[in-house]
Design a protein around this ligand. Sequence first.
Ligand code: ATP
Length: 389
Amino acid sequence: MPAVSGRRLEGERDVEGNPVIELKHISVAFDGEPILQDLNLSIRDGEFVTLLGPSGCGKTTTLRIIGGFVNPDAGDILFNGKRINDLPPYKRGVNTIFQKYALFPHLNVFENVAFGMRVQKKSEKEIRKTVKEMLEMVSLSGYERRSVHRLSGGQQQRVAIARALANNPKVLLLDEPLGALDLKLRKDMQVELKRIQQATGITFVFVTHDQEEALSMSDTVVVMDKGVIQQIGSPQDIYNEPRNAFVADFIGESNILDGIMVDDFLCEFAGRRFRCVDQGFAPRESVDVVIRPEDIDVVSAAEDCLTGVVTQVTFKGVHYEIIVDVNGFKWMIQSTDCQRVGDTIGLRIQPDEIHIMKKSSYSGLFGDYSSFSDEMDEEPSAPEEAEEA
Ligand code: ATP
């Protein structure tokens, strides 16, 4: 595992291949409220990039800046190295697919896909050929004459994708395109979208607030919060080497503790010293320590290790989610072995499961499952009991 100094931070990512889109020092405010602040992002040709973050963090605004629907107050947008700030959307070589597919209701599947080409006055022969190819690409051959009203949500989404691809964009912008689909269909379409992206080689810039979707589809994930990029990296980088407590918490479950780097490869937290694999910190530097719930082994409390009392056990299908109170800090552990509430257990953590992060403005905000447990304890009582009370 690389040390902290090896992590990819904003603007430090190695971009292999030529960047197709570059955002440089982009800032936007709406009604005097800063929405994006000095945002820098480079997207390379053929990459599947996902903008990931909570609602309101500025993902859609970033996409709309690339698409030409929002003008930044400061900063430049480059397309293949050329500044395009002043180019209108239709001249940018990008196409957008919105969450609400915005299909033309009065046109059938064929005409929806053909629409852009008709506007561009392409020949009938070329239109027929392209529509056929695009419908094959999205597995909708044979649906040409079907009214879009008689399509399922997933099929409508495929038509929207085919329509966008028919314009032969260099870059496709996708704003939560799977948001309206049910979970099963959403998962199918994730696989389908990834396949289409790989088959066409078109650069995809995808927006979602669903971390699992981002991790499973992307070459690169851009994690945003409050209009600022928190981390850019591969899904593995983001999951295994979160840059700060926000990223660690947003991407999956995390125990995040206050710690001290005693020395290179030696840290201290929860009142004990642990060997770790990070280095390059100042002597006794305060740090945040992240340990994923699935990386903790449950052992006998008799061993020389952290010990705590099990306060809650929830069956989750593939594993049990176990909350353990270690001197007042509540840890989450995921284990296929069940534990009994009230038992004292030992927790063993291997050096490479300990991830050290620099302190940040997010320190102390996440990573203790006390509130999680309390919420569960305070689950509303049955309606009749509530009424009686
Ligand atoms: P969501 O996942 O909810 O779509 P998001 O991360 O895509 O969120 P944006 O849509 O980019 O976020 O919005 C960022 C902030 O900018 C929000 O607080 C939003 O209310 C505000 N905002 C967006 N567009 C406008 C606008 N045209 N005028 C004023 N405020 C806006």
